[in-house]
Design a protein around this ligand. Structure first.
Ligand code: ADP
Ligand code: MG
Length: 838
């Protein structure tokens, strides 16, 4: 404990000094210091009458040993001294205390400053650490960024190289294309040369046949002369016989001898007639060389030989003598044939033996050869004669094999048979030859026609393929069946399908031919048509912009083609394409993630109507809100793809769902009946189907669009019987179609300005005509004469469309771009960045 030493006093100094108890203690200490003497002295002093101080302290005095109340008097000076002392003490203490406080404050300040400095140091080091860590991170990040940058640069370089390579490949491909086209053109001209040379050959054949026929005619004339001579001889003989026999026998003999002559004459007449006929046919054939080849008629010549044989057979079976004569001839010929064979055999044997034994002189050799050929000829004569006789006997026509034919040709070419001697046989042989030759020529001509037809079809096919590759709009033509009203009017059918690629129309000024990428006759089913359309569905999945539209007069079958019939027993392209798209999606579901959405619009009186919003509902909402309805506007994105801004787009997860949406849309269409068509479409129907396919391997996204357009019909008001508001509709339809015509004309003429903006229809179809779409137009026509004007207009229109070139491109976005687009879409739809799962 610390003590204060002030004068004679020494007091303990405590923090609690100011306390009341402390004063009591102090007092006790003070009393002890004064001691008992102090009291006496004080009493004396009091008694001496000095000023006195009475202290009202009782407790302590009582404690000091006296039970009586004790009064202590302290001299004033002492008290004063004491108090002064105390006051000084107090001052000193205060001073001391203040010092202590000051010291303490100083200490506190020092300590606080130290603590602050320490904390500062700590904080500084903490932040320093953090800074270091961040610097490390930054370095790492910079490294990564640099690496990434290098990677990207590498990739860009690679892609540039790839692009360059692709461009080179493309140009090489183009060159190859050109070469192939040239090659193809060469082949085409070669084929045409071949064809014309074959025609020349045919021509030659026909000329030679004509010549031979003339020869045959001469021969027949000679035979006729011989027969006339022989008949006059027979008549003389009969007159001689008349003298020695009775009348009855005479008549019988006469009739018997006349009969074969009459038969032979009749036969000759038949032969002559047939020959004339053949001559006429061949001349016709020669004349028809340049005209389209008509179906081959059955030439009379081909039945000439069978007729001759049948006639001869009839004579033989009717006349006993000629039958006997025929039998006799057959027997004689058989004998002669056997002899000729033996002779030839012996001759061959002897020549063989002789050649083995010794060498021959040239003279001997020549005589041997001539005798051999003579023997061979004789044998052949007898063989042919045998065949002819057998045929006459049996009444059957001879069947020749190729070998026999060529042999026969050789014989006739050698002209070794003297016609006068072998009269009938020669004619028979020549006829056989002619028949065979004709048959061959017929076959050859048939083959040529087939070749020509197939070559023509191939040429068209390749031409179409080349045109498609060039990006030309493809045009199919579909002829609808004759309908009931046309049938009752009894009009003729003026449209005919020539082959898969062309049709002819019997126009008032003569027939006109039109070529298309494919022609479908009235018998072609919806399925057959869709088989040729289906290819485009894959293109949609691949990210192409595809447009299919039907064009034609009212009632020509556009809606039937695009939508199908009313009860959907024959669904059209639209429902079939829904199924086809989802089928392809199902097949590729392991590689792609698909999303299908659709909008359906109607262009009615030049106003675009969202078919997902019913007109009744729209009117209701309009009255409720008193505000304008949502406007549908046609816009184009950066890639030039048309889209309908403001139209509702609905997603579909199956073909059935899409079809249900389509039906819902169809229910909202404007339809009214005209005289041409009971349920005529009064508006253009536009169905847009967007297919987004995300590649699961590389994340790239293809966005394909299929536009299906069922145009309202081009029509003449007088013919359709349209009235009032129908007239307005018709005007609007015709206006939009003429705008479409203007666009097509401008594209065909490659004008710098194409008037797309003249109509909403042309705006909708901007990317399909001269744009980046793969476009297919189906021109529907009526086959009837009643509609010939409209049919011709439609066909001319379609031919012009065929000449338009599009530049079809795929819509592919890389993974990164697709993600960015998604983010932008979400931002547009009002999502915040935090809400997104980026
Ligand atoms: P558009 O739409 O061109 O005005 P529609 O498609 O409505 O003509 O056809 C008119 C009528 O002809 C309909 O009853 C339809 O069923 C019928 N039709 C059209 N094309 C064919 C066809 N190829 N086969 C059978 N019927 C057809
Ligand atoms: Mg229609």
């Amino acid at each position: 404990m610390d003590f204060l030493h002030t004068g004679p006093f020494s007091f303990p100094v405590q923090d609690t000094y100011h306390h009341k108890n402390q004063w009591t203690k102090r007092w006790a200490a003070f009393r002890r210091w004064i001691g008992p003497g102090w009291r006496k002295r004080n009493v004396q002093e009091v008694n001496q009458g000095s000023s006195e101080l009475q202290l009202g302290v009782s407790g302590d005095v009582t404690e000091a040993g006296s039970s009586q109340e004790l009064k202590i008097y302290i001299p004033f000076e002492s008290a004063e001294l004491c108090v002064t002392q105390i006051a000084e003490d107090m001052k000193a203490m205060k001073k001391r205390h203040l010092q202590t406080v000051q010291e303490l404050e100083e200490n506190f300040h020092i300590t606080a400053r130290e603590a602050q400095e320490w904390t500062m140091q700590k904080v500084r080091s903490h932040y320093q650490n953090k800074l270091n860590t961040l610097r490390t991170f930054l370095d790492l990040y910079q490294d990564t960024m640099e690496k990434k940058k290098a990677d990207w640069e590498k990739k860009v370089a690679e892609l540039t190289a790839q692009n360059k390579q692709l461009l080179e490949e493309q140009s090489a491909e183009r060159r190859r294309w050109k070469e192939e086209t040239l090659q193809w053109q060469k082949e085409k001209s070669k084929m045409l040369d071949l064809f014309s040379s074959r025609l020349d050959v045919l021509h030659c054949h026909q000329a030679s046949t004509l010549q031979e026929l003339q020869m045959a005619r001469q021969e027949i004339g000679q035979v006729q002369e011989i027969l006339t001579v022989s008949s006059s001889q027979e008549q003389q003989e009969a007159a001689e016989e008349e003298e020695g026999s009775d009348n009855k026998e005479q008549t019988v003999a006469c009739s018997v001898s006349d009969q074969p002559l009459e038969g032979a004459n009749a036969r000759l007449e038949g032969v002559k007639e047939s020959l004339y006929q053949k001559e006429r046919e061949i001349s016709e054939l020669l004349e028809a060389e340049r005209s389209p080849i008509p179906p081959v008629p059955q030439p009379h010549c081909s039945v000439l030989l069978p007729t001759v044989i049948t006639k001869a057979h009839e004579i033989c079976s009717a006349v006993a003598e000629s039958r006997a004569l025929l039998n006799q001839m057959i027997e004689d010929n058989q004998v002669a044939l056997a002899e000729a064979r033996d002779k030839l055999h012996l001759h061959l044997q002897s020549t063989k033996d002789e050649s083995n034994d010794k060498e021959k002189t040239p003279n001997q050799e020549g005589s041997d050869e001539s005798s051999l050929s003579f023997l061979q000829e004789t044998l052949r004569e007898h063989e042919v004669c045998q065949i002819a006789l057998d045929c006459i006997k049996s009444g059957e026509s001879p069947v020749m094999n190729d070998y026999e034919m060529s042999e026969m040709e050789d014989i006739l070419r050698q002209e070794t048979l003297p016609t006068t001697q072998r009269s009938v046989k020669g004619v028979g042989q020549q006829l056989l030859l002619l028949q065979a030759q004709l048959k061959r020529e017929k076959e050859e001509r048939k083959k040529i026609i087939e070749n020509y037809t197939s070559e023509r079809a191939m040429r068209k096919k390749y031409y179409n393929m080349v045109e498609e590759m060039k990006g030309k709009i493809r045009v199919f033509c579909r002829i609808r069946p004759v309908n009931r009203s046309e049938a009752t009017q009894g009009g003729a059918i003026v449209v005919d399908k020539l082959d898969d690629y062309s049709i002819t129309v019997e126009a008032p000024r003569g027939p006109r031919e039109f070529q298309f990428d494919k022609v479908f006759s009235a018998r072609a089913s919806q399925e057959e048509l869709f088989q040729d359309v289906n290819r485009l569905m894959q293109s949609v999945i691949d990210g192409y912009n595809v447009c299919i539209f039907a064009y034609g007069q009212t009632g020509s079958g556009k809606t039937f083609t695009m939508v199908g019939d009313k009860d959907q027993k024959n669904p059209g392209i639209m429902p079939r394409s829904f199924n086809a798209i989802f089928d392809i999606m199902r097949e590729n579901s392991s590689k792609f993630d698909f999303k299908v959405s659709a909008y359906m619009l109607e262009l009615y009186n030049d106003r675009l109507q969202d078919l997902f919003v019913s007109q009744a509902g729209e009117a209701h909402s309009q009255t409720q809100s008193h505000g304008p309805t949502k406007r549908v506007e046609i816009k184009r994105n950066r890639k030039g793809v048309v889209f309908a801004q403001g139209a509702e787009t609905k997603e579909a997860s199956s073909a059935q769902e899409l079809y249900a949406l389509f039906q819902q849309a169809c229910a909202n269409r404007h339809i009214s009946a005209t005289r041409m068509n009971v349920e005529s479409s009064r508006s253009h129907l536009i169905v847009g189907i967007m297919v987004e396919s995300r590649n699961l391997t590389n994340g790239s996204v293809n966005t394909g669009k299929l536009s299906l357009v069922d145009l309202a019909g081009s029509e003449r008001a007088a013919k359709t019987g349209a009235k009032d508001h129908q007239l307005k509709e018709a005007n609007s339809i015709n206006k939009s179609l003429s705008a479409l015509g203007d666009v097509i004309s401008a594209l065909c003429a490659e004008l710098p300005h194409v008037p797309y903006r003249n109509s909403k229809l042309t705006q909708v179809m901007q990317d399909s005509l001269g744009g980046n779409a793969k476009t297919l137009m189906i021109v529907n026509i009526s086959p009837s004469e009643y509609n010939i004007d409209e049919t011709l207009t439609s066909l001319i229109y379609a031919t012009r469309v065929k000449a338009i070139t599009n530049n079809a491109q795929r819509n592919v976005d890389s993974k990164e771009i697709a993600q960015l687009k998604e983010v932008i879409m979400k931002l547009k739809s009002g999502q915040t960045v935090e809400e997104m799962d980026v």
